[in-house]
Design a protein around this ligand. Structure first.
Ligand code: UDX
Length: 434
């Protein structure tokens, strides 16, 4: 199959490279000429484990191409994927669909022969209908089927999630389109991955419902963690105790500083807006959004409380991890963006290390960036783990202790055993370990 991928951001590049690896001929297209130039020269604009090799292998095999001009790739494509951004619109929280609609218009002018137009971007219910209408308006003669095929890729594990998904969801109304989608994902069905064919609106909603449910699950365990602190229980054991019930499941029950990233905050907000507009508010998700926002702010109070309870003037706080989660360079809606400025506002000097958060240097002014965890510990009155990068899981506490002004460890990801840390002479604060 021939595939044109419009938008070479995170989702577009990972999906394009994976489709090429399945044996299809893929052209990834982006308006950003410098990005395309960089990819052509073998560079990768994002950090995602395994992506550099996957891209290089498929470029070498003659299956993966990059272009700023969509004309040729769209003309010859069996499927054109729209994988452009859908950021939250400023002011109202709705998904901003201007890039999606602009892509639809451009595609309409270029298609030739039967073509499946697939939305990979996360788009509100009804967007497929709108894309269909745009294409029919621009090119009444176009033989096009518009399909929804949401992605469920976790950053840091995106290639694995693409190649070994729990399921593939396809919202289509046209049997010819279903056949193309089946062919595109054929290697997965050989592994018996379930493929769910639904209506287009249903497929669009599945994506939002899945992300909202996961955000809800995290927020639930975070509130239980607060309760654990108040009543002297351990959230890790509560999570395990409930997660072993198959009806609940053990995943996404890890209490922490609140969810962030490019999807959950934006998609929960968009679902709230869609539901309100439809006159059927999803109050559970409205509350989830509110509770999570408040939690990210509350984390700085927790840190301040663990240090001395009030003013941090003259104190130095060492921060380990700034990205919204490990194995990504993504800073979008990261808890660190709430926590670090609040510590500074309380008077602290903040010194930090993150292996990939290059953008943090612009986003977090007045932070002293260090090159490793031990440099962060130097002279610090407390060490705060905000992101659970693997390299923070086995720090040499005996080496760290004499470096610090005061041995205080605040572990917002519960990656240490409290007793072990205390045995090394530290004061320890975790999440929900009452
Ligand atoms: C998510 C979805 O998992 C993916 O299916 C979707 O398509 C895109 O959004 P991603 O944002 O990359 O993926 O990361 P994910 O691993 O889901 O984590 C999201 C946030 O939740 C992170 O801030 C993470 O730290 C937090 N989280 C996750 C928890 O606090 N506890 C958990 O148990 C799991």
């Amino acid at each position: 199959m021939h595939v044109a991928m419009i938008g070479t951001g995170y989702v577009g590049l990972v999906s394009g490279a994976c489709f090429a690896d399945f044996g299809h001929i893929v052209t990834c297209i982006d308006k950003d000429a410098s990005k395309i130039e960089r990819l052509r020269a073998g560079g990768i604009p994002i950090y995602e484990p395994g992506l550099d090799k996957l891209v290089a292998d498929n470029v070498r095999a003659g299956r993966l191409f990059f272009d700023t001009d969509p004309a040729e790739a769209v003309r010859t494509a069996d499927a054109v994927f729209i994988a452009v951004g859908t950021p939250s619109r400023r002011g109202d929280g709705h998904a901003d669909l201007s890039y999606v609609y602009a892509a639809a218009e451009e595609i309409a002018g270029l298609v030739d022969g039967f073509t499946v137009v697939v939305t990979k971007s996360t788009v509100p219910v009804g967007t497929g209908d709108e894309i269909d209408a745009i294409i029919k308006r621009v090119r009444p003669d176009a033989d096009v089927a518009v399909v929804s095929n949401p992605e469920f890729l976790r950053e840091g594990a995106a290639i694995e999630d693409f190649k070994r998904p729990d399921r593939v969801v396809v919202g289509a109304h046209d049997p010819r389109a279903e056949a193309v989608m089946r062919e595109l994902y054929r290697p997965l069905f050989l592994n018996e991955t379930p493929i769910l064919f639904t209506g287009r609106r249903t497929s669009e909603l599945i994506k939002y419902a899945a992300n909202a449910f996961l955000a809800l699950k995290i927020t639930f365990i975070n509130e239980i963690a607060n309760l654990c602190e108040a009543v002297g229980a351990d959230v890790q054991q509560v999570a395990r105790g409930i997660g072993l019930d198959n009806r609940i499941g053990g995943k996404f029950l890890h209490a922490g500083p609140g969810y962030g990233g490019s999807c959950f905050p934006k998609d929960t907000l968009a679902l709230v807006r869609t539901a309100r507009d439809a006159g059927t508010p999803v109050e559970l998700i409205e509350t989830t959004v509110k509770v999570n926002d408040a939690r990210k702010k509350a984390m700085s109070r927790k840190v301040i409380g663990a240090i001395n309870g009030k003013d941090l003037t003259g104190k130095t706080v060492g921060v380990l991890g700034l990205t919204f989660k490990p194995n990504t360079d993504d800073m979008r809606d990261a808890p660190s963006l709430d926590i670090v400025p609040a510590l500074q506002a309380a008077g602290a000097q903040v010194q930090a290390f993150d292996p990939e958060a290059h953008e943090a240097r612009q986003m977090l002014p007045d932070v002293a960036f260090k090159n490793d965890p031990y440099a962060v510990a130097q002279g610090a009155d407390a060490l705060v783990i905000i992101t659970e990068w693997d390299q923070f899981r086995a720090l040499d506490l005996d080496r760290i202790k004499p470096l610090m002004n005061k041995p205080v460890l605040i572990d917002l990801r519960n990656i240490y055993k409290p007793d072990d840390v205390r045995a090394s002479g530290f004061a320890y604060t975790g999440i929900g370990r009452g």
